[in-house]
Each structure stands twice: as C-alpha cells, then as structure tokens.
Design a protein around this ligand. Structure first.
Ligand code: KG4
Ligand code: ZN
Length: 341
C-alpha cells in the first residue's frame, strides 16, 4: 500500500464486472457507500438461446464497456483523476467476458497510474453485504449463484475458509435447467420463485445429499424433475407447473438450510450472510431467516439489486482487498476457475 493511500480518509474505488452477461461499472466510497453504478444487462439477448452464449456475451461486453464506464463517471460527476484505485473481477467466469473488463481495467490503471485490485467474483457477492451493514465475524457466507453453491467461513475481513460446496451443479444452474423443462424463459430462477408462490408441495422429489458433510448436490434433483416431466408427457398427462415449481423449490431450499443450520451450530457462527443471484429467492431468504432466528444469530441479506452481478459489490470487495494488501501489476490475467482465498 502506498503511503499516500494509507493517509487518505476517503477512498473512491472504481469497480468493473464483466464475468458473465452483465457489463457493469460502479464507484464506491470506503467499501460501503455507492456513489454511482451502471449495469448493462444482456438478459434479453441470451433469452432467445435459453442461456448465456459465451461468444455473444464477449462481443456485447466489447460494445458496452466504454459506454458503461463513461456513464458511471458522468453519474458520479467524477473524472478518472478522482479515482483512487480500480477493482476488477479477474475470475471465475466466462474467460472471453472476463478479459474485456480486465483489459479495460488494466488500460485505465496504466494510463492514470492507479493501483489495480484483483477481486474474486464470489468475494464480490459476499461484500455486497458490506453496503448494507458492517460485517461482523465469525461469519458464515452462504454463496448461492448461477455458478456457485458454497458455505464459506470468515473469521475476519478477506479471510475465506471453504467449509463445503456443490459436488456437481450449482443451485442457480439447477433452477435455470428446471425452469427450461417447465418452458420458462432464462434466467429461470426468478420465474420459478414466482410460480412456486401459486403452487403446493405435492410432488415427491429426492432430498439431495442429506449427509453429514457441508457439501451439496443438485444434479440428482435436476434429473428427477426432468424425468418426472418427460414421464408425465409420455403418459399424456399434464404437469401442474405451479406445484412442481413449489415442490422443487422446497427441496432445493431445504438442502441449503439444513447445512446452514449445521454450520452455525458446529462452527459457532455469530452472523450469516447470503450472497449471489439466488439470494434474491424469497423462500430461501425466509427459510434461512427462520434458522437464524431460532439459533439467535444475525442475518444479513443484500437488497435485490446487489444480489445478481454488479460492479458495486466488486468495488466494495476491492476496498477490503486493498486494505489486505492485494494489488496486482499489469501482468494480471483472467481465470475461468479460481479458488477463493
Ligand atoms: O450471481 P448471479 O447473477 O450470476 C452468477 O454469478 O452466477 O446469479 C445468477 C443466478 C441465475 O441462475 C438465476 O436464475 C438465479 O441466480 N436467480 C434466482 C433468483 N434470481 C436470480 N434463483 C432463484 N430465485 C430467484 N429469485
Ligand atoms: Zn455472480
């Protein structure tokens, strides 16, 4: 950390996120206060294909990145000279998409002589919570997104210890695939969430990996739903989509809350936070709240707009990464896979 930075009371970080289908830039003060944010989503483009097409995503990031950056600075009424550091999602994610954001960040860091802070995408999702309130440790982060399902223990800022994770599909991926078989548009998570409210838990589905570990498994549940739909179709029977959505969601959420409860008790957690796109799920929020209330621990959930991919969370995480001494040079590369540490 440069002495100049250490002395500064106010630190403005420009965050850039482009790991999947959102091109986003944001400016955050001291890791907690959003000054400006711009998100350009490609959902409508990928809907047509039933999921994100990597090559198409990269092309749109190229088209959007400078516009998003310019708009963000304009919204904040700031110039690049007013920015203290640049935080960038280096991974994990789609490599072509990640590279667009990374090259933009590196170019700005080089031209304006700004520190470059590498941020792991999941650290971003976790630190979305620091925009709501100060994180208190020891903390259990329940990471539930389109690409991840993990339980992370944090004993302090930027100290990540993975307790367990999915052995196959991520929960969001499972939501999206089940939605597809029910004829719902991408991204399916929010649509299942809505549909489930109209249905009842009537279909018998297997509870995945009901064991003593902190791990999860969603591929069996996904296959069970797909098989059930196909079998009913073959018999010429009509599926009750609302009931199937409710039954699926009941099992998916239960498999998360069971392990969350176990982790709180065994690891003596004081706080639980939910992070990632699936944290927007109403039932998951309610069921985790029941567990934390029962065990008298604090629960923090980011507002819906900070649950799915955005650069505000990257700038927020970037602040704490910076305080932890994490600064990269211009050889920084994107990684499609990387451990959170
Ligand atoms: O965190 P995110 O924006 O992207 C990744 O980093 O993966 O998460 C996207 C995922 C998608 O699978 C989407 O279907 C799911 O989050 N999702 C939801 C809800 N809102 C978004 N899943 C269930 N219920 C929701 N309300
Ligand atoms: Zn994400």
């Amino acid at each position: 950390m440069s002495d100049n930075m250490k002395e500064k009371k106010e630190m403005y970080i420009l965050g850039i996120e482009s790991s999947c289908d959102e091109t986003s830039a944001a400016i955050v003060k001291n890791g907690t206060e959003e000054i400006a944010t711009v998100i350009s989503s490609q959902i409508d483009i990928h809907k047509e294909y039933g999921g994100v097409v990597p090559e198409i995503a990269s092309r749109h990031h190229v088209k959007n990145i400078t516009i998003v950056l310019e708009e963000c600075l304009k919204k904040a009424n700031m110039k690049m000279e007013d920015i203290d550091a640049i935080a960038i999602t280096y991974g994990p994610g789609l490599i072509g998409s990640l590279l667009i954001g990374l090259e933009a960040a590196k170019t700005l860091a080089f031209i304006y002589h700004k520190p470059l802070i590498p941020v792991h995408h999941i650290a971003g999702h976790i630190y979305a919570n620091s925009l709501v309130e100060e994180l208190k440790f020891p903390l259990l982060a329940v990471v539930v997104s389109g690409g991840h399902t993990e339980l992370i223990e944090m004993k302090g800022h930027y100290q990540f210890q993975k307790l367990g994770g999915t052995l196959d599909d991520a929960i969001g991926e499972c939501y999206d695939k089940v939605a597809r078989v029910l004829g719902l548009e991408y991204p399916g998570g929010p649509k299942i969430d809505k549909l489930a409210k109209l249905g009842k838990n009537t279909y018998d589905l297997p509870v995945p990996l009901n064991d003593d570990s902190y791990n999860f498994s969603f591929s069996g549940l996904k296959s069970a739903v797909i098989n059930l739909v196909h079998k009913e179709e073959q018999k010429g029977k009509k599926i009750n989509k609302e009931d199937l959505a409710a039954s699926f969601q009941n099992v998916a959420v239960k498999s998360i809350t069971t392990k969350v409860k176990k982790a709180i008790i065994e690891k003596k957690m004081k706080t639980v936070i939910i992070a990632g796109g699936v944290a927007a799920n109403q039932v998951l929020r309610e069921e985790i709240k029941k567990v934390t209330d029962e065990l008298h621990v604090k629960l923090s959930i980011p507002p819906i707009q900070y649950c799915t991919d955005n650069a505000t969370m990257i700038a927020a995480a970037g602040y704490y990464a910076y305080l932890d001494g994490r600064v990269a040079d211009l050889t920084l590369n994107s990684k499609s896979q990387d451990k959170l540490n």
